[in-house]
Design a protein around this ligand. Structure first.
Ligand code: OGA
Ligand code: NI
Length: 335
């Protein structure tokens, strides 16, 4: 995530961005595995709406998603606590989950698993969640939220696979050994949002990001057709789905990750919750074989997701503007 100064730009509040109703899949655990097995015309419509949104915007909103949003209120209560209370769950190298404070935003991060053991070379790390004492409800609402987001994310990957003419489980098969981290952000108000060092222009590196936000707004995306910046209006109860770089590579550029940024509010704090869905770290990412042929050659070389992610996190933590890995590094010349 780049830390660059945002230049003053004209912002369009036009909002042709789709809001997709997920009623036809909320009660399902999984989708039918192929388009041929689908008999519900609402589901066929939903799949084509998602496909269109992925091609045109790389972003869409969903309603009737079945994910409980009580966490938003508990997160607000947590961020309102005195600093020393929040610092009791401060994250550090040994405890990468928990609270951190930056000049322009506060973060609280947790994982859907209470404890994850990961291996890097011969080193074994255990990542455990840290939960604050107050508000007491946060732990439960956060875990409920994370479980809901995982269910939703899996179904969205199934919908995306079906929209590409693949079997529903084609993309979820990469997620068997993955674990989801959820990041709560509270952005401080900024009287001059044009100048703030904020989450600058970036794309998300995973597959899809599920984003919940309060009613303040501030998320902006760059429209693909004319590179114009569009401010996304928050819809109460909706979640925003951002397509990440991996879906762009898997689909060999049929779908695109969305270029986005956050503009802080001049007067009010803003709350958002980002959950980045990525595959297991050992997965190598490349255009899917079914989607390439002689007329449509692979546009990217294969890369390892874990290594890519590690290089981005290192860069993010060091706050340096050294060259970051970017999927354009894997683009095959001329394709
Ligand atoms: C992110 C991001 C947007 C937001 O975390 O990658 O783009 O609204 N967040 O917080
Ligand atoms: Ni992002």
């Amino acid at each position: 995530m780049a830390e660059i100064t945002q230049k003053p730009t004209k912002i369009t509040y036009e909002d042709g961005i789709p809001t997709i109703d997920l009623t036809s899949i909320t009660s399902l655990d999984h989708l039918p595995n192929s388009n041929y097995e689908i008999t519900d015309s609402n589901l066929t419509k939903l799949i084509s709406e998602v496909g269109e949104a992925c091609e045109k915007w790389g972003l869409f909103r969903v309603v009737n998603h079945g994910v409980p949003l009580e966490i938003l209120e508990n997160a607000r209560e947590f961020f309102a606590l005195p600093k020393d209370e929040k610092m009791k769950v401060k994250r550090n190298e040994s405890y990468p989950m928990g609270y951190s404070d930056e000049t322009w935003k506060q973060i609280f991060e947790y994982s859907v698993n209470e404890s994850i053991v990961t291996k890097q070379g011969s080193n074994v790390f255990q990542v455990v969640n840290q939960w604050p004492q107050y508000p007491a409800e946060l732990r439960e609402s956060a875990q409920e939220y994370a479980r809901g987001v995982v269910k939703l994310g899996i179904k969205l990957l199934e919908v995306i696979a079906l929209s590409l003419g693949l079997s529903a489980n084609r993309l979820t098969e990469f997620h068997k050994d993955t674990s989801l981290a959820v990041r709560l952000h509270q952005y401080a108000p900024c009287p001059d949002p044009e100048r703030v060092l904020g989450p600058g222009t970036h794309t998300d590196t995973g597959c899809v990001t599920v984003l919940a936000q309060d009613d303040i707004g501030g998320l902006e995306l760059q429209r693909r057709s004319d590179s114009e910046w569009i401010a996304l209006k928050p819809v109460p109860g909706a979640l925003t789905i951002n397509l990440g770089d991996i879906v762009q590579v898997w689909s060999n550029d049929k779908y695109h990750s969305v270029v986005h940024r956050v503009r802080p509010n001049a007067k009010k704090e803003r709350l958002s919750i980002a959950s980045l869905f990525g595959p297991a770290y050992y997965v190598n990412v490349k255009p899917l074989e079914e989607l390439i042929n002689e007329e449509n050659c692979a546009k990217y070389r294969e890369y390892n997701w874990g290594k890519f992610r590690a290089s981005r996190m290192k860069n993010y933590d060091n706050k340096q503007s050294i060259e970051r890995q970017d999927i354009s590094h894997f683009r095959i010349n001329g394709n």
